[in-house]
Design a binder for this molecule. Sequence first.
Ligand SMILES: [Zn+2]
Ligand SMILES: [Zn+2]
Length: 357
Amino acid sequence: MHEYAGNLHSHTPYSDGALYHADLAQAGLRAGLDFLLVTDHNIWVDGVQGYHTAPAGKKLLLLTGEEMHNMQRQPQSSHLLVYGVPHELAAHTSDPQMLLDAVNAAGGLAFVAHPFDPAAPHFGEAAYAWEDWHVHGFHGLEIWNYMSEYKSLMTSTTAAARYAFFPAHGISGPPPAALHKWDELLAAGQTVTAIGNADAHGNTYNLGALRRCVFPYEHLYRAVNTHLLLPEPLRGEWRADELAIYAALRAGSCFVGYDAPAATRGFRFSATVGATTTNMGAQVRLPTGAALQLHAHTPALCNLRLLHNGTTVASAVQADALDYTVSVPGVYRIEASIKFHGRMRAWIFSNPIYVRE
Ligand SMILES: [Zn+2]
Ligand SMILES: [Zn+2]
């Protein structure tokens, strides 16, 4: 498999971000990313997609999607990340199911953005959580949104300023409600792909006397990312490579990595039966008369947990691998945590391997 690290959620001045696409691409290149999906609010920006090159020659593929919601609604909740639709869908936002139907009819992908976004009442910020769980047709959840987690830390001016200067002291993982909802949907038989993103705006905030660009794009691109595993290497032609990236996302062949404590590149989670190995996102039949082995490998020592239908069934402390023989069907996924700034932090979330009867 060929691994590509990227970020699927950023804004430019086409909505409420500070910098344009070429600057985001350079920030992504400095952070070591391979691709960016830029998602302005309720506007699909065409004509900016393509490869960008760093002075040292490294390349980054920039693509555009859209973050969509009903702007008439108060609070303006239920944001949906839409990828792979080559035309504007803003006319469909009045109803979330109508929007999802339009995305699917166009062959696109839809992920629920920051599903449990908290309010920050001290700063007059409403919660932009997902309020429409009755809908169907989305492909996954943004389980970890860096800026949404920062919002949860803004409990006072002092706390907001502290974590603005030292965000790594506060950032520690997705909201538990997001992981719980993910497991609940998986247990109901749905295929749900998890992604993790920056939600980068690069904006300057006023926090009392403090005024600074709190979270530059580059800082965020070194933090919560989505790593894709592709069966073939990207070719260097953006239109073909765009399809390969969407295919991997659609297949759930990806994981969420918090790349600040240690690079997550190299993480793998696979299932082996005999000579056949399949990766994250795969649907695997529980074999009769042969063993189904799960294998997880991390690029650094960490604490590992294997979850079966949301419950831990195996774990390892200060390890870089975990093996498990499956005897019952269900949904299996890996969580890894690592020590950073004196505390254990969430580090890696695999996508599931679906073991069916
Ligand atoms: Zn949003
Ligand atoms: Zn956003």
